[in-house]
Design a protein. Structure first.
Length: 411
């Protein structure tokens, strides 16, 4: 690829943003036979200068402010998508929600509008880094310090959103962007298009496939098609993301959507400590609680989940404290930390980190033996939480699959 000055026609390498002759913005030159109606045009206050990426919903461009030369990302809906009223409403809701939340760990949206050809565009801050999904695909399980920092920043943004009654509903590693900085990864949450307001005031996005979320990270209540999803749906998804960061593996992996939904409703993943040798067994307890089938038994906030994970590594403090710590400081703290033992079978909470917690757990175990009760070890892939019946789960999945087929046929 190359770029060309629209005034003097001088051609430059693709990384040259400004013409050396007259200072004008350079525009990307496409290969022979390719064309793009938006390149070189102005959307809002920004000139479209280059293609960045293509997706199912639209194309992302690099843009520059006509006067200040500020670099931005501009997402434009594909023409066929722009004719879908539900897709347009989702796109608009994504922009409105991000602007209203105005949080440092939510992608910043600058503008929203229509193009001359009738499509819609959204202008956002330009992010340099990669999606969490790409990091996991490349590296597998992430280092503990990185996990603590990422999860704490996720908690900061999502607890802020939940305080406004905003539920994301489509959290997944693809929607967690990691911006590079000297202190470590900086999280930006993307795509609030599937957002649910706990008190709905606008149009409901009900077309199948637009609000269910990504199958691997759906909560049991989403998988069963229930309408009463709340912040605990996001907590479930964050726990599934945590599992993936810890192990490099998807918590509920299967060959098709129906099998994934069955696993989400009826099974528990193998504890992280059984997948990755050396991880504290107390992390299994954190994952178990965050992925409870009964949402009333999960953590009460993403912050509680993040703090539970930090305690499982032997750290103390709040999620907001760890969100702002440089990764190097977290690594130093982890080097001195003493992870607590796993909780006794049937217990609800982790003991505090450090020797005191270990002593408390030991005395609890001794007491149970003294009164004749045996403390049984946790078995990988099992949980003390309640299970939904296989027959009921199978029936629900069958209905959902039939709904998908009907939707695709009648669309």
């Amino acid at each position: 690829m190359s770029r060309q000055c629209p005034t003097c026609a001088t051609v430059f390498d693709d990384d040259v943003a400004f013409c050396g002759n007259d200072g004008h913005l350079t525009i990307q030159v496409l290969p022979p036979g390719e064309s793009d109606l938006h390149l070189g045009t102005t959307l809002g206050d920004y000139v479209v200068v280059a293609q960045v990426a293509d997706g199912a919903m639209g194309r992302v461009y690099e843009g520059r402010h006509a006067k200040t030369k500020q670099r931005v990302a501009i997402k434009v809906l594909h023409p066929d998508v722009a004719r879908d009223g539900v897709a347009v409403e989702r796109f608009k809701r994504e922009a409105d929600t991000a602007r209203e939340l105005a949080h440092p760990h939510v992608v910043k949206v600058l503008d929203f509008g229509r193009t001359e050809d009738g499509s819609h565009f959204m202008t956002m801050e330009y992010l340099q880094g990669e999606e969490l999904s790409g990091r996991i695909r490349r590296e597998g399980a992430l280092p503990p310090a990185r996990i603590v920092r990422i999860l704490a920043q996720l908690a900061s943004a999502l607890d802020h959103a939940h305080s406004f009654g905003v539920i994301h509903r489509d959290l997944k590693p693809d929607n967690v962007f990691l911006v590079q900085s000297e202190d470590g990864d900086v999280v930006r949450i993307l795509d609030f298009g599937s957002v649910k307001l706990q008190v709905e005031t606008g149009n409901k996005l009900t077309a199948f496939g637009t609000t269910l979320g990504s199958p691997y990270y759906m909560s049991p209540e989403q998988a069963m098609g229930k309408l009463d999803v709340d912040s605990r749906t996001d907590i479930f998804a964050c726990t599934a993301i945590l599992y993936e960061m810890l192990t490099g593996k998807i918590a509920f992996e299967a060959g098709n959507v129906a099998q994934i939904l069955m696993k989400i409703m009826n099974e528990e993943p193998i504890g992280p400590s059984f997948v990755v040798p050396g991880l504290p067994g107390s992390l299994d307890d954190v994952i178990d609680k965050g992925l409870r089938k009964d949402k009333s038994r999960r953590y009460g906030s993403v912050g509680q989940l993040a703090e539970g994970a930090a305690r499982a590594f032997g750290l103390s403090g709040t999620a907001s404290e760890w969100a702002g710590r440089p990764q190097a400081q977290i690594e130093a703290a982890l080097a001195q930390a003493v992870p607590p033992p796993p909780k006794p079978f049937g217990a609800e909470s982790l003991p505090p980190p450090g020797p005191a917690g270990a002593a408390k757990a030991s005395s609890a175990g001794a007491a149970s033996m003294a009164d004749g009760r045996e403390t049984l070890p946790m078995v990988p892939g099992t949980s003390s939480g309640s299970r939904t019946g296989l027959l009921v789960g199978g029936a629900v999945v069958a209905v959902l699959v039939l709904a998908v087929v009907a939707f695709l046929v009648l669309r």
